[in-house]
Design a protein around this ligand. Structure first.
Ligand code: NAD
Length: 368
């Protein structure tokens, strides 16, 4: 049997720096766990624009459709700020999401005990936090028509349309129920059914999917504004949260910050199953290209490495190996390993990107 395939798109800024550490981790699993991947690499974002005049070449898009999973670093940077909208680095990322039809965006908010002091919330509220937000990613108000700015009665009017079909809600709900089953079997769906028809439909469809196929999962519903309050009041009441594109954008950023640094946050975007049963998938850190620290060896590679852990779990059914990798990261943090973004007021000498990779590999070795 051939090895599972990975396409690495490191991108711009600190993308290639953090991805170098992920490549070492991938090699470790090949060498030490008999879990080898066929890895190919290509360009995305500003790097692709520099080489080809577009932020994602058609050949790269075709490769992304072929592989078992895509790992992406980050795109963008000041050099590209004045480019036409159609060729901006972010367009490469959007094209990947759109053409791979990655409709379920998974954003875990996990607070490692060693970093609980970094949260803006009290330590006891966030310590041990482990929740997952599933955001619908390819529909809703960011895509709905009509949209635009037009004149009415001599005034400009801005229009966006929140639109969801049953099928779009159903597939996002199924992804979230499946995930809940792999975790603690608990799902909370958030919308605004009190004031939005699309919210009423959302709630109905989630209930229908629940009754038809997932009655074993404990389902609750919450208005999204209350959800925002509850996330900062008592986040540990949640396990998996399902929500739409707009509310998910806001709620996932809010939940993410419960955990402290942007350098710690992974994400997965999943689509429909391919012929081999694996979902179309792209894994990427939540952070951007961090131009302020690019090229200085200061970037925290953990978000990108945790994204690979998500790939092990959700694309390759290697939950135990994903646990091993996450435990190695938890251990190095507990032992005091810190990149600059994780330094507390007590100070100390931060590790470089590569040094953080070194200690994580050592912890992986120690796990054998
Ligand atoms: P950013 O996430 O790049 O950086 C925000 C702050 O967090 C910076 O101070 C940065 O140094 C720090 N930071 C981010 N990741 C870090 C890491 N791994 N280790 C240590 N510190 C880290 O966001 P920004 O500054 O708003 O955007 C910079 C560029 O990235 C822009 O061009 C933006 O469009 C792009 N961007 C890309 C993505 C993506 O590729 N998915 C996401 C967000 C922003």
């Amino acid at each position: 049997m051939s090895n599972p395939s990975l396409l690495i798109l490191a991108g711009d800024g600190i993308g290639p720096e953090v991805m170098d550490e992920v490549k070492r981790v991938i090699s470790w699993f090949g060498d030490k766990r008999d879990l080898a991947f066929d890895v190919s690499e290509d360009l995305v974002g500003g790097a692709a624009y520099d080489a080809h005049g577009v932020p994602l070449h058609d050949d790269t898009m075709a490769k992304a459709q072929e592989v078992d999973a895509v790992l992406l670093g980050a795109v963008g940077g000041p050099k590209y700020d004045d480019l036409d909208f159609s060729v901006k680095p972010e367009r490469g990322l959007l094209r990947l999401r759109k053409e791979m039809d990655l409709f379920a965006n998974l954003r875990p908010a996990q607070c490692f005990d060693a970093l609980a002091d970094f949260s803006s919330l009290k330590k006891d509220i966030v310590a041990g936090l482990d929740i997952m937000i599933v955001r619908e990613l390819t529909s809703g108000v960011y895509f709905g028509e009509p949209r635009g700015i037009h004149m009415e009665d001599n005034m400009r009017v801005g229009v966006n349309t929140q639109r969801y079909t049953e099928a779009e809600i159903e597939r996002a709900a199924r992804a979230a129920f499946e995930l809940a089953r792999k975790r603690s079997n608990k799902l909370c769906s958030m919308e605004k059914a009190n004031v939005m028809e699309s919210g009423i439909l959302w709630r109905d469809v989630v209930n229908e999917v629940h009754q038809a196929d997932y009655a074993d999962v404990e389902l609750s519903h919450m208005y999204a504004d209350n959800g925002a309050m509850q996330l900062v009041r008592a986040p540990k009441q949640f396990d998996v949260i399902l929500t739409d594109n707009l509310f998910g954008d806001i709620l996932s950023d809010c939940a993410a910050m419960l955990t402290g640094s942007l350098g710690m946050l992974p994400s997965a975007s999943l689509g429909l199953p391919m012929a081999n049963g694996r979902p179309k998938a792209m894994y990427e850190p939540v952070h951007g290209s961090a131009p302020d620290i690019t090229g200085q060896g200061k970037a925290n590679p953990i978000a990108c490495i945790l994204s690979f852990a998500m790939a092990l779990r959700y694309s390759f059914d290697q939950g135990a190996e994903a646990d091993r990798l996450e435990a190695a990261i938890e251990k190095v943090l507990a032992d005091g390993a810190r990149t600059g973004d994780l330094m507390g007021p007590e100070g100390g000498t931060p590790l470089s990107t590569t040094q953080m990779g070194d200690v994580i590999l050592e912890a992986l070795d120690a796990s054998l």
